[in-house]
Design a protein around this ligand. Structure first.
Ligand code: UTP
Length: 293
């Protein structure tokens, strides 16, 4: 029987230190790109890729995420009373989106640890992991591209992107060989991976980005993995163990990724998304043109 990816896990328990002070009392996942919180872009991507269950790993100070996907009776009533039907539809649409479950990660012990928190609710089936701050603008949603690979291979699939120069040291990096078959030369079989190598030690220029499809065998691997760099349980270390047991693929996705967990990345994404909007794009473009840069 072929397995399907139905569940999407969003680790959102990190402290967001790169975005202080904005993230002191609010989750970075709730920072808006134009007018929509970052995490909603990811949830919409998961839904458009065939997932029908969302699991968000939260921590202290993340209440706003739960409130965002919940019903807001007072707000709905007020909008209804005032006849603001278009806004009411937007607000209702979010809470109607789908069932969202939450698990607390009591301490921020690393991305691998956050994924391990999903074990009980995911159970024995493949699942997607999306890091909300990687917002990916793509014609075919990035996760959907990966699901297509999974449907064919039934193996774990990591999204990868070419990163040139020293910046490669900020990522998990893949050692790969080209995979047989279709996918326009975008598919690789993974031989090994290292977390944040020095530029001279990087096995390639293929960086792991914030989209993963993993088989449930990852949970045993994470449970066996000792804490790594910075005392955190690294997802990359767990995946390296998984690689010893199963074949894994890397897919060079088509699309444009914005690292919105970084201040400059966030600003660039804001400008690009605003320029694409029907309601804002024109006046915003005129404004930018008028700036003496
Ligand atoms: P980041 O490396 O972006 O860390 O985590 P961070 O804490 O969110 O942000 P900075 O670097 O301090 O600014 C990658 C993803 O893993 C989640 C984060 O929420 C983010 O989505 N994460 C990280 C957890 O859920 N738990 C952790 O213990 C660590």
């Amino acid at each position: 029987m072929t397995m399907k990816v139905r569940k999407a896990v969003f680790p959102a328990a990190g402290l967001g230190t790169r975005f202080l002070p904005a993230t002191k009392a609010q989750p970075k996942e709730m920072l808006p790109l134009v007018d929509k919180p970052i995490i909603q872009y990811g949830v919409e991507e998961a839904m458009a890729s065939g997932c029908d269950q969302i699991l968000i790993i939260t921590g202290r100070g993340k209440q706003a995420i739960e409130d965002h996907f919940d019903v807001s009776y007072e707000l709905e009533k007020m909008l209804e009373d005032r006849g603001k039907t278009d806004l009411l539809a937007i607000v209702r649409n979010i809470s109607d989106m789908m069932h969202v479950a939450y698990v607390r990660q009591k301490e921020a012990l690393g991305l691998g640890h956050a994924v391990l928190m999903a074990r009980e609710l995911v159970g024995n089936e493949p699942f997607a992991v999306l890091l909300a701050d990687d917002v990916i603008d793509a014609q075919v949603p990035c996760l959907k591209q990966m699901v297509d690979v999974f449907d064919k291979t039934q193996c774990s699939v990591l999204a990868t992107q070419i990163v040139e120069g020293k910046m490669i040291s900020s990522y998990g990096v893949l050692d790969v060989k080209p995979a047989d078959g279709s996918f326009d030369g975008r598919l690789y079989e993974i031989k090994n991976m290292v977390e944040k190598p020095k530029p001279e030690d990087a096995p390639s220029n293929l960086a792991i980005i914030g989209r993963y499809i993993l088989t449930p065998a990852i949970f045993d691997c994470l449970a066996e993995t000792p804490a790594g760099a910075g005392g955190e349980l690294q997802l990359t270390d767990g995946m390296r163990l998984l690689l010893q047991k199963e074949k894994m693929y890397a897919y060079v996705y088509e699309g444009r990724r914005h690292d919105t967990g970084d201040k400059l990345g966030f600003l660039k994404a804001t400008v690009e998304f605003a320029l694409k909007r029907d309601d804002l794009g024109g006046p915003f473009r005129d404004y930018l043109k008028g700036l003496k840069l």
